[in-house]
Design a protein around this ligand. Sequence first.
Ligand code: GDP
Length: 331
Amino acid sequence: ENCSTSADKPRILLMGLRRSGKSSIQKVVFHKMSPNETLFLESTNKIYKDDISSSSFVNFQIWDFPGQVDFLDPTFDSEMIFKGTGALIFVIDAQDDYVEALERLHLTVSRAYKVNPDINFEVFIHKVDGLSDDHKIDTQRDIHQRANDELADANLEKLHLSLYLTSIYDHSIFEAFSKVVQKLLPQLPTLENLLNIFISHSGIEKAFLFDVVSKIYIATDSSPVDMQSYELCCDMIDVVIDVSCIYGLMQDGSGCAYDKESSAIIRLNNSTVLYLKEVTKFLALVCILREESFERKGLIEYNFHCFRKAIHEVFEVGNLPQGACSSSNNL
Ligand code: GDP
């Protein structure tokens, strides 16, 4: 099974103080837990490797700082772990006093940067659902200022932090995760280009390429993303997968809720059509288009067929590790 290792999938570490919201983020984004259920989650207290690599395009791990995880501990092989990491997400609880979190952030990113300066450092200012809009902006500015001052004091001006305001109670956490994942994809410009070509030849208004399990979009065409369209497409994936899980499996529960044949069309009451098609084992295309454009369904299907083929080629070529095996099963 060497060929299906997740070595070339985007690898993400989720870190932060205890109770900052890491397990909640992981459960909501990757395991379809509803935000309210996270109130009853037990706090994580060790390095936790979530095995989603067999079901998602993304490969990620959670690291906790309950206090005992110590960089000076010789058994703690930060070297090895940071080397293989594409992005490090540090979660800060914005509803709490964040002085200690900022100290930890500094310690963590400066350590990781020394091991691997190519890591993307992403800071989730989390639980902002409890904050007013003004307060959100102030908090973001304050965290930005303090974190960068400390980096400057340590001569680490080159270390760049990207900040996001997130909450599990709306789509902001999915949106932030999407940005984090997209930065790790060398194929992103190609994917965007293919999406642009596909929509312009098919009369489609907006198209997202989704990781089905997490509802992270790994690419979209270059027209601006409005949150409402994104949410609509997320909802469509939920509906399709839920219906498929309930009515699509065999009596004994075997079968697959998402496979090559997966596709769906939903007509909305405002003359808009949502259209979903399987692209790979993990990825689906979800489009928004006008009803009139959908009259040329044959054309759209033909264009989709070409698009799908191109996507398969992109990942096969991009992943081929020196004549090893074709990694199309990595998709
Ligand atoms: P961990 O120790 O970092 O894994 O933190 P948990 O995931 O256990 O979360 C701690 C608490 O924060 C839980 O009670 C969650 O319900 C809550 N929480 C997580 N994310 C959010 C959020 O976006 N908004 C709010 N208001 N609470 C959150």
